[in-house]
Design a binder for this molecule. Structure first.
Ligand code: TEU
Ligand code: CA
Length: 556
């Protein structure tokens, strides 16, 4: 059986603005990434996903693109990009770009032309609609707050935006828009990139009835995400991309697919799906009891573990998921998934063990490999992210005290993951010789690449060990291509699963005591230890005693 080229790979997400600054202007850039390619190769990752580096006014940190064919000067030049593609290839690494085509920037020439001439060609590149009773066409609330509709000056015409008002949605119903985008995608693939991460891709198809949605906020608005149609009609758009761009280039594609029913993942992933793979956010969204962060329930270990099991089982052998603990929209995993005070070496490496060995492609977010923690944000003004600002005000509107609203934002803010990468204990953590665009986490003297490497228990070394285990010919068949089966589900504070061989009777048990104190598990099979984050197994009379956050990988 032949497998797709990308299936046994491990991926790493770079948030360019905060990765490495080469010229002292305080902003990470492509030459900075180039200077760290050896570091990344040594870690054992093969696919590099770059968050957007295209020209952008940076209202949403580059997710508002004003030119799909360029590189923003703050990140470097197109030559730098070509060098990066070449140098990555030389190291057997693959570059994956962010494809942000649900919307562009309001500074994009298409939108500028649409504003100038609403009836002209570019007016049809966007969704323009008449207002209703002196207000917007409907009650949909944008992802970052406020209406999804913003009026065009001097008229009763509104344009539609799922996210910020500076991010007008492109009209995918228009075949010309689709042709433009397909041409652009092929232009990048021809340049030698290996694929794309597809931003907010589920939002491409709108409910064209534009009817009001059920209010889920005191102001009578309805989250736009609720109005994503339940129909399958998005398929025509995505299949066109697949047919005209991805398939002919044998590209790797990973969809950012939030909020689809579990039974629809076969439509998006797997051999006949639109994409090579899709992110599993199921476990990140556990406890979301409403559209606002202040409504989210506190972390519940069993619900979280069961969400992982559920999506793994649902994907089965058919869909190959992409598994994440962090990305640029999520808090840092030691701060988020571990109870306060448990963000120890054991806790952090337990998380790594559990997620890197799931069936699917592991995605590691920059700094995760050294256990970076949530940022420190003394006041609400210290947040850059526009969604955090909106969430802060929503919490205040709901009656929370400023202190309580801050606590909510510190836990959930997307800015937690966007502080500069911590390379050394030196000035600005070695990220820049100038003034960083965003303050470095005050914990940088303790947590940085150099300090981690100097420790006998290095988080990064542990990540390396897990990544090389996946590639070990002795275990690849099981750890990459094999099946998944939950284990010890009835045990409290145990997160465990089997990876099963394709044919052989061999199995690997990934077993973790996710809690304090000791746990005690019956284990009678003979085993070989492939990994252990505590350096020693205590087995007596057919029972394995696990320390706090001990994670072991056993070949049975
Ligand atoms: O995110 C899409 C998206 O739906 C997020 O807003 C998500 O709901 C939220 O972050 C969950 O915490 C993508 C990008 O990843 C994000 O950075 C962009 O802001 C957004 O699209 C708009 O391009
Ligand atoms: Ca720079």
């Amino acid at each position: 059986m032949t497998h797709p080229w990308w299936q046994n790979k491990a991926a790493y997400q770079i948030y360019p603005k905060s990765f490495c600054d080469s010229n002292g202007d305080g902003i990470g850039d492509i030459p900075g990434i180039l200077s760290k390619l050896d570091y990344l190769q040594d870690l054992g990752v093969d696919i590099l996903w770059l968050s957007p580096v295209y020209p952008s006014p940076m209202v949403d940190q580059g997710y508002d693109i004003s030119d799909y064919y360029g590189i923003d000067p703050c990140f470097g030049t197109m030559e730098d990009m070509d060098t990066l593609i070449r140098e990555a290839k030389r190291r057997n690494m693959h570059l994956v770009m962010d494809l942000v085509v649900n919307h562009c920037s309001d500074q994009h020439p298409w939108f500028q032309a649409a504003v100038q001439n609403r009836e002209g060609k570019y007016g049809h590149y966007f969704y323009l609609k008449e207002g209703r009773n002196g207000g917007p066409p409907n009650n949909w609330r944008a992802e970052f707050g406020g209406s999804c509709w913003t009026p065009l000056p001097g008229s009763n015409l509104y344009y539609f935006h799922t996210f910020a008002k500076e991010q007008p949605d492109l009209n995918w119903e228009n075949p010309e828009v689709r042709r433009e985008i397909c041409g652009m995608v092929n232009w990048w693939l021809d340049k030698g990139i290996s694929g794309f991460r597809l931003d907010a891709i589920i939002n491409l198809k709108k409910d064209l009835s534009w009817r009001d949605g059920p209010a889920d906020s005191p102001d009578g608005t309805c989250a736009v995400s609720k109005m994503l149609p339940q129909t399958t009609k998005i398929g025509a758009f995505l299949n066109q991309l697949k047919r005209e761009c991805f398939f002919p280039h044998d590209a790797f594609t990973v969809g950012e697919v939030f909020s689809i029913a579990q039974d629809r993942i076969f439509e998006f992933g797997g051999p006949s799906g639109y994409f090579s793979t899709l992110f599993d956010f199921g476990h990140c969204t556990v406890g979301r009891a409403g559209p606002y962060w202040h409504q989210y329930k506190s972390f519940d270990f069993q619900a979280w573990r069961d969400a992982v099991f559920q999506s793994q089982q649902n994907a089965g052998d058919h869909v190959f998921l992409s598994n994440i603990l962090e990305n640029h929209d999520q808090p840092r995993c030691p701060s988020f998934f571990l109870p306060e005070g448990d963000d120890s070496y054991e806790g952090i490496t337990a998380l790594a063990t559990l997620f890197l060995l799931l069936r699917g492609i592991p995605f590691i977010y920059q700094g995760q490999e050294i256990g970076m923690r949530n940022g420190a944000f003394p006041t609400a003004d210290d947040f850059e992210d526009l969604s955090t600002r909106e969430q802060y005000h929503a919490a205040l509107r709901a009656g929370l005290t400023p202190q309580a609203a801050m606590a909510v934002c510190r836990r959930h803010s997307r800015d937690n993951a966007r502080t500069p990468m911590q390379w050394t204990g030196g000035k600005h953590a070695g990220f820049t010789s100038g003034v960083p665009w965003f303050p470095v986490n005050p914990n940088y003297q303790e947590i940085n690449v150099e300090a981690d490497a100097a420790r006998s228990r290095s988080v990064r070394e542990y990540y390396k060990r897990l990544l090389s285990l996946r590639k070990d010919p002795a275990w690849e068949n099981i750890l990459v291509y094999g099946g998944f089966q939950p284990a010890f589900c009835e045990e409290e504070n145990i997160f465990a699963y089997y990876r099963t061989g394709e044919s052989s009777g061999k199995r690997v048990l990934v077993l973790c005591h996710y809690g304090r104190g000791m746990a005690d598990i019956p284990l009678t099979d003979p085993f070989l230890v492939l990994a252990d984050n505590c350096g020693g197994l205590d087995i007596q009379a057919g029972r394995l005693r696990l320390k706090a956050y001990q994670a072991v990988v056993l070949a049975l």
